[in-house]
Design a protein around this ligand. Sequence first.
Ligand SMILES: [Zn+2]
Length: 488
Amino acid sequence: MSHAAKRRRPGSAPGDTVLRRPPSPNLSLSTIPLSTPSRCLQVSMTRRLLPMPGHLPPRVPTPPPPAPVLQSRRARVDEVPDQDDPENMDRYVQPFVDPVTGRIGDAGRPLRREQTAFDRLRDEMKRSGTSKYCPFADDEEWELAEWLTRRVNQTGTDEFLKLKSTRRQNHSFHNNRAFLKKVDALPTGPDWTCHVLTITGDKLDEDGQRMKEEVELWIRDPVECIREIIGNPAFKEHTAYAPERVYSCNPASEDDRILDESWTADEWHRLQERLARLGKHDACVSPVILATDKTKLTDFGGDKAAYPGYLGIANTGKEIRRQPSTHATLLCAYLPAAKLSCFSSDDAQSLATYRLFHACMSILLEPLIAAGTDGVEMVCADGWVRRVFPILCAYVADHPEQCLVAVCKQNRCPRCLVQHWERGENLSAPPLRSKDETLRILRDHKERKSVPEFKDQGLNAVYQPFWANLPPHRHLHLLLPRPSPPAP
Ligand SMILES: [Zn+2]
């Protein structure tokens, strides 16, 4: 496989079929800074592929912001047909009140009007008289292209397009190469970049040098992924920009608080309050949900294997988010699944795997540190610009990967400090793992101080966990939404 073809691959990966996306132009605003590699991993990195610098969206003079819409995105009282369905309970919505100004409507306040990327692209096509099926000739060719990308592999596509009966149709592409060129000409989401990481093992080669292994990390800027999701007009009716408390108006209900969407939960309120106390009253919190799945291993050419990382934001409603076809969750990374045979023992290999994962996630999430602290202006689905603060709030993974995130051993609970022999016992509220405490223990262990807690909490010697510098969670367990399964 040529290098160019290799570059294409992650862009047209499963879950991100190019043809199913609503067209949107390249939104990349700048190149991603090269992160500092994890020192303990002895990693060196080179940039192999830089994203093409894009253009800032044109600034349109705007009217003053309107009174914010304080409407729940779920059914209102007068729309409710079925009183028994908890989804349709009579709802009383209490908007967020800024704890400093005492005002309603500060949170997620619109700054000015601007076109969404989708609208800009549509206008551009109208102006230039381009067909909406461009670069394909018409709807029939679009349909064929969609079928080919979803159902047929590259060899099959090539053979199909070379059949005499297909050639008679006079399509604008006659082989797989020409077809892929057309697909590449479609508007895409955020660019992919590749980082090459070199891991130095403890085994020696014939020359007495320590053996090395090179792995590739393919990523997209998470801030650009969030910009793409929050600005997708298809989600306009399903996107929230501020928290709210929702209560049931049903008098029979004992507990009248309704918690059904992320923006109705206390955690979003806490994040909003924290930003308000820092003077960021108009902040639009964007709770980031990450997911990785090591079971979905993809083999690439040249003995390379990787597994996908996905990103979604809790601003989009759960109904939309859980449907892969809506693209409310984007493929944002291919994490290397390296064999790491340059290490001599299983323990060393396992530790190196932990460190490699955290080094990769640190590179991926580095843009979230500044964006989550200072905010980034984004055009939202409703055509209003807001100052968005992306904050990593949830990490969806199976038990081994949750332990990987929490840097604990797999026979431990990634959320709490229960001992491995106490698992399954009906303990009353064992203490939860805390971010600050975990970091302190790791720091002391690195400095070779005596820290009995290191063993007691079942930690691994990953001295730079990716969540160390991310704002602002105190508790690790908030990153891990699902309860841990019983021990194997
Ligand atoms: Zn636990």
